[in-house]
Design a protein around this ligand. Structure first.
Ligand SMILES: [Zn+2]
Length: 291
């Protein structure tokens, strides 16, 4: 079962807090089958392709029963699923040719994740895998999926073909701003780099709220440029734009933008949270806490 989610937007399962399952690999499926066996009283359990179906008790061998089973599986899966890495993709630094490893994820979820008004999510079971990275050897900045692919190795294997491969780190805030000032990027990449620069600008305060948060002219210019790239017709982008306006101290514009209704309940709740901050004339990034 695969569900998808955009970690860089507000299109997140922020309401349930139960954590969205991304991928269930076969061993987790076995755990789920065991749970369902227990629920069904340990008898009369038969398997259909992919899922067990209890023919006795509350869950009947029917389409409705199977749907219920899938639903229950999702709920129980969140309690047994943890982050599980997938194989590392080995790539070559485009400048110094050093071997770099790109992490992949076999399974993960957003259980216990923390969400902020600027769209950043920190999830223990869904670690950040940046698109734009920095080579730790030579310092060049590049898009990870554009670097030459050399091969693949499993992090849990004792004998690795590329034992010296290292993980590229994320660029710094000044790296993002330098890149944005040096060349024109396609809109998707520009939004990514501007968003990451924005998150970096908020990070010190995010991690320690006793620190002062005052945006420099370069940071404000980045936010203004990002507003120009966003499409208000897209609900998540409308929220992002409103949040930027709030963080720039443009509270009335922020409130106006969020006053138009959202069709999605999750967006409505996040929008209401941000609107309340704007009404209080609070301009700092804030962790989203919904009751
Ligand atoms: Zn390099």
């Amino acid at each position: 079962m695969i569900t998808t989610m955009a970690s860089d937007t507000y299109d997140i399962d922020i309401l349930s807090r139960s954590g969205m399952i991304w991928i269930i690999d076969p061993c987790y499926k076995l755990v789920l089958m065991g749970i369902m066996w227990y629920i069904c009283g340990g008898s009369g359990l038969v398997t259909t392709p992919g899922y067990p179906v209890c023919v006795k008790g509350i869950i009947m061998k029917s389409q409705g029963g199977q749907l219920l089973l899938v639903f229950l599986s999702i709920i129980f899966a969140t309690t047994v699923l943890a982050y599980k890495p997938g194989p590392d993709i080995i790539r070559e630094c485009p400048k110094c040719k050093f071997f770099l490893k790109q992490h992949t994820m076999m399974s993960g979820n957003t259980f216990g994740a923390r969400f902020w008004t600027d769209g950043k999510m920190i999830a223990q079971h869904n670690p950040d895998r940046p698109w734009l990275v920095k080579c730790p050897k030579c310092g060049v900045i590049f898009w990870i999926d554009e670097a030459k692919k050399i091969g693949q190795q499993k992090p849990w294997d004792e004998e690795k073909k590329w034992p010296n491969a290292i993980e590229p780190g994320p660029p710094t805030e000044s790296d993002y701003l330098k890149l944005l000032n040096s060349k024109n990027l396609p809109p998707k990449k520009e939004i990514y780099a501007r968003r990451r620069a924005w998150w970096a600008a908020n990070d010190e305060y995010r991690n320690d709220q006793s620190t002062k948060l005052i945006f420099s002219e370069a940071q404000k210019a980045n936010l203004r440029a990002m507003v120009n790239l966003l499409d208000e017709k897209d609900p998540a982008q409308r929220i992002t734009e409103a949040e930027i306006l709030r963080e720039l101290g443009m509270f009335e514009k922020c409130i106006k933008l969020l006053s138009k209704p959202f069709s999605n309940e999750s967006h409505s709740k996040v929008a209401a949270f941000i609107k309340k901050l704007a009404e209080k004339k609070s301009w700092k990034v804030s962790e989203i806490k919904l009751n």
